[in-house]
Design a protein around this ligand. Structure first.
Ligand code: ATP
Length: 260
């Protein structure tokens, strides 16, 4: 369970006017939720993710994962960025099992775990390929397999699909939902894309800027529908999806231009 309690984060040196990146953010998320954070540039999405990851400390308030306060990075949280921090000279499987190697797991223990997660992202056949030979979409799938291999309670994803073409992006959205469903972890996902947000989220959060804060919360049903039908196009072209997409889009526009 992820709990965010009265979180405020301010940037800036002493004696200067601070930037209030986040003001009084409260959020309580059950395990197995897919949280998507949506909002215009500068409303504090990455700051929130970095605080949950333990990369930056709260100015006020607290973040807890399974009841334990976050005081720095930890094994219970895994991070996937838009630019995958893979080691290009190493093979796919070596990248995926790298965290387990650092933990001291011998090859015969770490390899089956890494192979299982490569299978999950559809890359079993590329296990021995050097990462520099892969397309961007494949590299992002390696990044997902590597993050999931560490078995975190919370997966933190900062616009992981932002650099991909529309077709690859849609196929990885489906893959993400399958990973989420199979692993029963909490996923915390940032995007600028309203359609992507609605499709993935079980809990959709719209943030407003200056100061960064939560302005709206929704509980879409489309990701659970997808797990039944596996037909993303059908879901995204249905009238209930389009109606909600247009509503959320107008809310995002409104809060980004200073409305509430
Ligand atoms: N290291 C920093 N030092 C000072 N100000 C910062 C720092 N990082 C972010 N900010 C400011 O904090 C606010 C929130 O930034 P943040 O990057 O969290 O927003 P965001 O919603 O993720 O934006 P984007 O969608 O463009 O990535 C912005 O006003 C930004 O300029």
């Amino acid at each position: 369970m992820l709990e965010i309690d009265q979180l405020s984060i301010e940037y800036g040196a002493k004696d200067t006017q601070p930037t209030i990146a986040l003001q009084n953010v409260n959020l309580s998320v059950q395990s197995n939720e897919f949280i998507v954070v949506l909002g215009a540039s500068g409303c504090g999405k990455t700051t929130l993710l970095n605080a949950i990851a333990g990369f930056i400390a709260p100015t006020r308030g607290e973040i807890r994962v399974n009841g334990m306060p976050v005081t720095g990075p930890g094994k219970d949280r895994g991070v996937v960025f838009q630019k995958h921090a893979l080691m290009p000279w190493m093979s796919v499987i070596e990248n995926v099992e790298f965290g387990l190697l650092l933990q001291g797991l011998p090859l015969h223990e770490r390899r089956p775990i890494a192979m299982e997660n490569l299978r999950r992202v559809g890359l079993s056949k590329s296990a021995s390929t050097p990462v520099y030979e892969l397309s961007g979409g494949m590299q992002q799938r390696v990044g997902l397999a590597r993050a999931i291999t560490a078995s975190p309670d919370v997966m933190l994803l900062d616009e992981p699909l932002g650099a991909l073409d529309a077709f690859t992006r849609e196929s990885i959205q489906g893959l993400l939902l399958e990973l989420w469903h199979e692993t029963q972890r909490t996923f915390f996902f940032i995007t600028h894309d309203v359609e992507e947000a609605l499709f993935l989220a079980t809990k959709l959060i719209v943030m407003a800027p200056s100061p960064g804060r939560i302005s709206h919360e929704y509980s879409p049903e489309f990701s659970r529908k997808f797990m039944g039908s596996k037909d993303a196009r059908q879901i995204k072209s249905a009238s209930d999806f389009i109606e909600m997409r247009e509503h959320v889009l107008s809310v995002v526009r409104d809060v980004s231009s200073g409305g509430h």
